[in-house]
Design a protein around this ligand. Structure first.
Ligand code: G16
Length: 545
């Protein structure tokens, strides 16, 4: 079978962001664009780590075509063993699991996560290393460097590989295996959680769930786990058939986009006990109780505090980590448990070393990501099962569990305001203006909020000592409050400015105020320091989560 060497030109814009390379579909469809980036990934691998590969994606538009192209590139580059998800599907958490379970050299996951799909939507390519986690910054820097200087790629001339059934093919020196990832993933979940107990509660009619797969990748996994293994009603699943355009919706599990699920959970009577949703590639989760939203930061804290209620974590946890903009709720749990708590930059890749080094058991982010040492990615269904397991054990509602948590640890009121598709120059200037004031801020009292420190977050990885600078501006008001601002690294158009605002209320204080009302004074302080509306002409954020 012939392998051709094709001339290409370097692309300077193939710089992976927070989570892989994300661009508009049409951008990826430019001649040689995808091939260039994938060849750069292959070239950046050590020869000893260029033999076995996992490949799959979230099923979005262009997934099928990109998989066939990457298969030809992998064969052309001499990979000996290539595992591909059946139908070309792999959720991000399942991909992480399979890389680890089959001890592969790495995996390519095709997804733009929660970004919309379809011909006018977004596409993305992520590379995960042999640990099963997203490539760390030193690897993505190598990929970027290579992509910006590449002049040719190697591609095999071969027929498209049928992906409908699980089977394997020998093509030249490469073995291509089409595999079903659902069973492996469901088996792991069954090891971690008390399926027997959950199944019993479902059977007794004591527990009900509504799970929204948002027409994205988790539908088949959710059907196997909730319906086949746990006996939940078929009707518990919403939008469970993956679609290339996600049903023309935005597969982002938050209050702005999971409206159908919210309507179900806000019914005055008959709402299920747990409402949950996942994103395009299945690594995010949103947790709802009856008329009750659990912030991702609170969810992480509650799971950490309740770890021993769940079989997989009976022996307790060794430590936790959260991304810098995530609220400090989990820090309070860690302090009480006497375990370490790490603060990392935004991006799941920063948890990798802490997990590999056995320093943490749980980690999470405000961006609807929660996970544990069971794999090296955040895991949407894992978080949902954790909550289900908790509800089954404690026989309390989601709201009761969270409120009991606040009564013990206090509450970190939290909101994130996103200003999307801003003119990049204006957004960068806003951040630069605040950056310029940082050193003069400590000691300043704005409407009763006293700034104790202000910096641009810099992270020194405690395992390998690597430094990641300029990870977001932090204005800290002691234990009382924080304001954080940073530019998103996952958008594909203009700049997205994220403003994160949190304020702590101790256990004896006001714990059930509406979030935006409680945070109004601090939001006003924020507009004083960072006049987003004034400088952008916007009247408010595009999305509040
Ligand atoms: C990715 C990363 C997360 C990050 C999120 C938002 O999630 O894996 O670690 O928190 O993007 O990043 P940003 O604020 O830079 O847009 P996903 O689910 O999109 O892969």
């Amino acid at each position: 079978m012939p392998v051709r060497t094709i001339s290409t030109q370097p692309y300077a814009d193939q710089k992976p962001g927070t989570s892989g390379l994300r661009k508009r579909v049409a951008h990826f469809q430019q001649p040689h664009y995808l091939e260039n980036f994938v060849q750069a990934i292959f070239d950046s691998l050590e020869p000893a780590r260029r033999n076995t590969l996992l490949l799959g994606g979230d099923g979005r538009y262009f997934n099928d075509e990109a998989i066939q192209t990457i298969l030809r590139l992998a064969v052309g580059n001499g990979f000996r063993r290539i595992l591909v998800g059946q139908h070309g599907y792999l959720s991000t958490p399942a991909a992480s699991l399979l890389i680890r379970r089959y001890q592969l050299d790495g995996g390519i996951i095709l997804s733009a996560s929660h970004n919309p799909g379809g011909p006018d939507g977004d596409f993305g390519v992520k590379f995960n290393t042999h640990s099963g986690g997203p490539a760390p910054e030193k690897v993505t820097a190598r990929i970027h460097q290579r992509a910006s200087s590449l002049t040719q790629y190697r591609i095999a001339e071969m027929e498209p590989v049928p992906l409908q059934d699980c089977h394997s093919w020998q093509v030249a020196d490469s073995r291509i295996e089409v595999i079903d990832s659902v069973q492996d993933y469901a088996d792991l979940m069954q090891e971690l959680f008390d399926f027997e107990l959950i199944r019993q509660r479902f059977a007794e009619g004591q527990l009900h769930i509504a799970y929204d797969a948002m027409h994205a990748i988790t539908g088949p996994y959710a059907r196997e786990i909730f319906v086949n293994r746990l006996g939940a009603a078929q009707a518990s699943l919403l939008n469970a058939a993956p679609k290339p355009d996600f049903g023309e919706a935005h597969p982002d599990p938050n209050l702005a986009h999971a409206r159908q699920l919210q309507a179900i959970m806000n019914q005055s009577s008959g709402a299920p006990d747990l409402g949950a949703a996942s994103d395009g590639d299945g690594d995010r989760n949103m947790i709802l109780g009856q008329g009750f939203f659990v912030t991702p930061s609170d969810s992480l804290a509650v799971l950490a505090a309740n770890a021993q209620q769940v079989p997989g974590y009976r022996e307790g946890i060794v430590g936790v980590a959260r991304s810098m903009p995530t609220s400090r709720a989990v820090d309070r749990v860690a302090a009480q448990l006497g375990v370490a708590c790490y603060e990392t930059p935004t991006g799941w890749k920063f948890f990798g070393n802490l997990l590999d080094d056995g320093r943490i058991t749980f980690c999470g982010e405000e961006s609807f990501g929660t996970g544990s040492a069971h794999i090296r990615e955040k895991d949407g269904l894992w978080a949902v099962l954790f909550w289900l397991n908790l509800l089954a054990v404690r026989r309390e509602s989601v709201a009761e569990i969270v409120m009991a948590h606040w009564r013990e640890y206090g509450r970190d009121y939290y909101t994130r305001h996103d200003y999307e598709n801003l003119d990049s120059r204006i957004a960068e200037q806003l951040v630069a203006d605040l950056q310029a004031q940082l050193t003069s801020l400590p000691g300043r009292n704005i409407n009763g909020f006293v700034i104790t420190s202000a910096d641009n977050f810099c992270y020194k990885d405690p395992v390998d000592g690597s430094l990641s600078e300029h990870q977001g501006l932090r204005i800290i008001f002691g234990e009382q409050a924080r304001i954080v601002v940073r530019l998103s690294g996952t958008g594909t158009e203009g700049a997205t400015l994220r403003l994160y605002v949190e304020q702590y209320e101790p256990p004896e204080g006001e714990l059930i105020e509406p979030t935006e009302r409680f945070l109004q004074p601090l939001l006003a302080v924020s507009e004083t320091l960072l006049p987003i509306c004034h400088k952008t002409g916007r009247v408010g954020p595009d999305v509040i989560t």
